[in-house]
Design a protein around this ligand. Structure first.
Ligand SMILES: NC(=O)c1ccc[n+]([C@@H]2O[C@H](COP(=O)([O-])OP(=O)(O)OC[C@H]3O[C@@H](n4cnc5c(N)ncnc54)[C@H](O)[C@@H]3O)[C@@H](O)[C@H]2O)c1
Length: 335
């Protein structure tokens, strides 16, 4: 079988450290990938004068599978979010964000296993119609939901549920207030749900969902929702299992996929050997599952479980006192 080539974007801030840790783990687990490195983010702006150079886009397209570190989008006018740009350019319509409890994280809950499926290209993040009046007194943005987009993401959620043996999907919305956009999403979600009688379908208004996730998160199995709600809810879910250092995400399209951490470039801890690389390593596990390499994925997950549960060289966010490199070494010794 031909060797799989992965496009690797180390990114900004803590990105290069946690990507480096992930590549070491993949290699030690015997994944036998080839890697082609590409720049994006601030590092690319400094080197090539643009946030996402053409060469990076070509590599993402050519290799179809990308492992990506977090990117810093400079604040201010003239810079569209790079992540939003990549998701739109490659039509990565499904953002799959699983959270799983690992014993030993000192998180508030112990039995969390929730996948949030977030629509990744529409809604409030369509990037359309963003205006600010000349006097700076009125700002506007456009939210777009299409039947096609809603049907595609909800169907993706149900198909994922079947594939992964999940039992229940909660469609999260705000159709009581956002009657057109969230209303259309909910209508389509109800229609799609009827095609999957083997899976329990429920629905919840987003504000109640936030409270329910904090009060009684064990009731959730999978969540499907629109772009903005999914972005916020998935960070909330990360908080249930020990924070952003534990939260991976996959951006899936029909042709390409980009695997990354949920979090950003963490400028407050960049260059200090403090970042928890688990987020990107878990994203790499999603990548292995996507590539039908479930055995390797399981081995790496087992190593993470063991290191965190035993508290052997864990990072500060997990209650330990070690850095990225020690934690990575503990993982490598178990693989
Ligand atoms: N996917 C992406 O590339 C992505 C996602 C979100 C934010 N961003 C960008 O990242 C930059 C910084 O954003 P921010 O500071 O609001 O959010 P952030 O996610 O970078 O950090 C939030 C907090 O979580 C901590 N944290 C994040 N990852 C961690 C890890 N692996 N281990 C331990 N602690 C970790 C940080 O130290 C910080 O205290 C911004 O420019 C933003 O645009 C990028």
């Amino acid at each position: 079988m031909a060797k799989q080539t992965i496009t690797v974007i180390p990114g900004d801030g803590i990105g290069p450290d946690i990507i480096d840790a992930t590549i070491k783990v993949l290699d030690k687990a015997g994944c036998n990938f080839d890697y082609e490195y590409a720049d994006a983010g601030l590092v690319a702006l400094e080197k090539h004068g643009e946030l996402v150079p053409e060469e990076t886009l070509s590599l993402i397209k050519k290799n179809k599978i990308t492992l990506k570190g977090p990117l810093t989008t400079p604040v201010g006018e003239g810079f569209t979010s790079i992540n939003v740009t990549l998701r739109k350019q490659f039509q990565l319509y499904a953002n799959v964000r699983p959270v799983l409890s690992f014993k030993g994280t000192k998180a508030r809950y112990e039995n969390i296993d929730i996948i949030t499926i977030r629509e990744n290209t529409e809604g409030m993040y369509s990037g359309l119609g963003q205006t600010l009046s000349d006097d700076g007194e009125e700002a506007e943005a456009k939210s777009i939901i299409t039947r096609e987009g809603a049907e595609r993401i909800v169907t993706f959620a149900y198909e994922t549920a079947r594939k992964e043996g999940r039992k229940k999907i909660t469609a999260v919305h705000k159709a009581n207030i956002l009657k057109s956009t969230s209303g259309l999403f909910l209508k389509v979600a109800r229609e799609v749900a009827q095609r999957y009688p083997d899976i329990e379908s429920t629905e919840m208004i987003v504000d109640n969902c936030c409270m329910q996730l904090v009060m009684n998160p064990e009731q959730f199995d999978m969540i499907v929702t629109t772009n903005l709600f999914g972005d916020i809810l998935s960070d909330l879910c990360a908080g249930l299992v020990g924070g952003l250092g534990m939260a991976p995400g996959a951006n899936i399209g029909s042709d390409c996929a980009i695997f990354e951490a949920v979090h950003g470039s963490a400028p407050d801890i960049a260059g200090k050997n403090l970042a928890n690389p688990t987020s990107v390593i878990l994203a790499a596990i999603q990548m292995l599952e996507y590539l039908d390499m479930g055995d390797k994925a399981n081995n790496i997950r087992k190593a993470i479980t063991d290191v965190i549960e035993s508290g052997d060289r864990t990072t500060r966010d997990l209650g330990g006192s070690h850095g990225t490199s020690d934690f990575t070494q503990a993982l490598l010794e178990r693989l």
